[in-house]
Ligand binder design. Sequence first.
Ligand code: SF4
Ligand code: SF4
Length: 368
Amino acid sequence: MSKTDDDGTGRVGDEGRAAQTDDGNVPIAEGVDHQVAMVMDLNKCIGCQTCTIACKTNWTESGGREYMYWNNVETKPGAGYPRDWEELGGGWDDEGQERTPGELPDEEAYGRPWEFNHEAIMYEGSDEPLRPMENADWGPNWDEDEGAGEYPNSYYFYLPRICNHCTHPSCVEACPRSAIYKREEDGIVLIDQDRCRGYRYCVEGCPYKKVFYNAQTKTSEKCIFCYPRIEGEGPEGEVRPPSCAEDCPPQLRHVGFLDDEGGPIHKLVNEYEVALRLHPEYRTEPNVYYIPPYAPPQTGDDGETVDADRIPLNYLEELFGPQVEEALNTITRERERAERGVESELMEILSTVNNDDQYRLEVFDDAA
Ligand code: SF4
Ligand code: SF4
């Protein structure tokens, strides 16, 4: 497994991955004791939105949060949520030093909650089909399962997204009141609701558009990495992974600390280098990582297998940077080893169904 050289800046290298520390690892932020992180295996996502609902019912059901999806699952290729978020700017310049301007998504880009004709159907005897009462032409997941490519070689995959709790967060530096901050014990990015004045510079500054403005409270809000759960503050008092991870039916998320050298996150990111950042060129250094998706090869007109990628490599590189080919090759190599009966630690990590192996949150006393 090759590693790119440290570029000496302590920030993101030319090839879009984080510069590495002397021991070859992805560094955590200065002033942070440990960094929580998540790895999502995109090969397991079935797009069921259980994670979306788990987050919504915990944190954003009402009070000006109706339009917010701190966890969303979008179809790629696709416009995503909010619509065309990848074109709205934010993040850092090529050197990772200056913030680049970002735009505020408008209400339409998030998708307004529609009123449906429930009343007519339920109480007025109407036999109309259930439908929105206004012209609905965009909403979250409007382009679900559309994807790209020509039949029979069309393709798509699901991309679950939460706040990345970045190491170099442009939302934090955008706030003139220091209301948004990275907490020292575990690097979770939080907004102090008492300090926030709702300027929304953080919304502009986040290139992933994962900070949301609450028009009722007039403050900004975002994913909190379910910190009460990882602090063991629930009714049973035990440390639990975030809801979006724990409730996922195929259990595709690993949660732990990036700097826990015995943990799965460290192995997937630093040792095997198969877990990659989304849009590393934004240079915020996300701490949510993805195992890139596989797809069957293309088929020809007569149904024969054609030696061509179904998901174009250049599209995966656009999303996950230039390491994606090497990451896929590593997984292929390890899978073939496992198929031959040779022990493969990587395949064991990726295929585990044991929650104790997937979630390692009680490693550091000072972070638990
Ligand atoms: S970590 Fe918690 S707050 Fe963040 S998206 Fe997942 S469920 Fe929502
Ligand atoms: S719950 Fe899991 S499988 Fe379902 S959409 Fe979310 S990440 Fe994908």
